[in-house]
Write a protein that binds this ligand. Structure first.
Ligand SMILES: C[S@@+](CC[C@H](N)C(=O)[O-])C[C@H]1O[C@@H](n2cnc3c(N)ncnc32)[C@H](O)[C@@H]1O
Length: 222
């Protein structure tokens, strides 16, 4: 079992964090999905974003490299018909369709070559299509996200239990931050992210902060 397979056992503890929930809701707002659209959640993980989509009459695809993550997503989402696919984003995607909207939530920083992946994503968008992505900032930390959560939720004992539950997620994130120093993971500042999206062919990009200020939220149109 690889790193993300292990992470899948603990991943949904994030669902209890208000900043994580707010980030997913902001992504859905920015996607502005409409009936009949073809939508792709790239790196869908355990399906937390897909679970929040209440609009029907959409064609929805969820892709991830990790089978354990995809299994959890498949079990979780019963109210929508979703086409789940296994793909490694470090290789060619080999998709057969174009999409109106694509989301990429906290995945870009993991990839070997974020620039070539964004170019590929651009190619899979229909003209006028939209990419909504989030990616952690340089100095992001699960502790800061937890503090942002605790400021919004005043339940002391619940928060204490949540803090303990998040310990493993914290350790896994620490491993990511340590490996980032060796170049395995990529954290961008706002200027770098803006440049990356422009180089990949996106026209107009708006970047804000989300996830308790620990991630960028970029909305890029083709
Ligand atoms: C931080 S999680 C984000 C999951 C989901 N988007 C969310 O926000 O809840 C990163 C996801 O990227 C997936 N992933 C990691 N490396 C990948 C790769 N090379 N190709 C495709 N997916 C990958 C992991 O399996 C995991 O589900």
């Amino acid at each position: 079992m690889n790193f993300w397979g292990i992470y899948s056992f603990f991943y949904d503890n994030l669902n209890k964090l208000i900043p994580y929930q707010k980030m997913l809701e902001e992504v859905i707002d920015e996607l502005a999905l409409k009936e009949g659209e073809n939508f792709l959640d790239a790196g869908c993980g355990t399906g937390n974003l897909l679970q929040k989509i209440t609009l029907h009459n959409l064609q929805i695809t969820g892709i991830d490299a990790n089978k354990q993550m995809l299994n959890l997503a498949q079990k979780k989402i019963v109210h929508q018909k979703i086409n789940f696919l296994t793909r490694d984003f470090n290789k060619t995607l080999h998709l057969t369709e174009l999409y109106d909207k694509i989301s990429l939530v906290n995945v870009l920083y993991i990839l070997e070559n974020p620039s070539s992946f964004l170019k590929e994503v651009h190619g899979y968008l229909k003209p006028g299509g939209r990419l909504v992505l989030t990616t952690p900032t340089y100095d992001s930390s699960i502790l800061k996200i937890f503090i942002a959560h605790a400021k919004l939720s005043k339940h002391f004992f619940k928060n204490l239990m949540l803090f303990l539950n998040l310990a493993v997620v914290g350790i896994l994130n620490l491993i990511i931050l340590l490996l980032a120093k060796s170049g395995k993971y990529h954290f961008f500042n706002e200027t770098e992210l803006q440049a990356l999206l422009q180089e990949s062919g996106f026209q107009k990009t708006n970047i804000e902060k989300t996830y308790g200020n620990q991630a960028f939220l970029a909305v890029a149109n083709k």
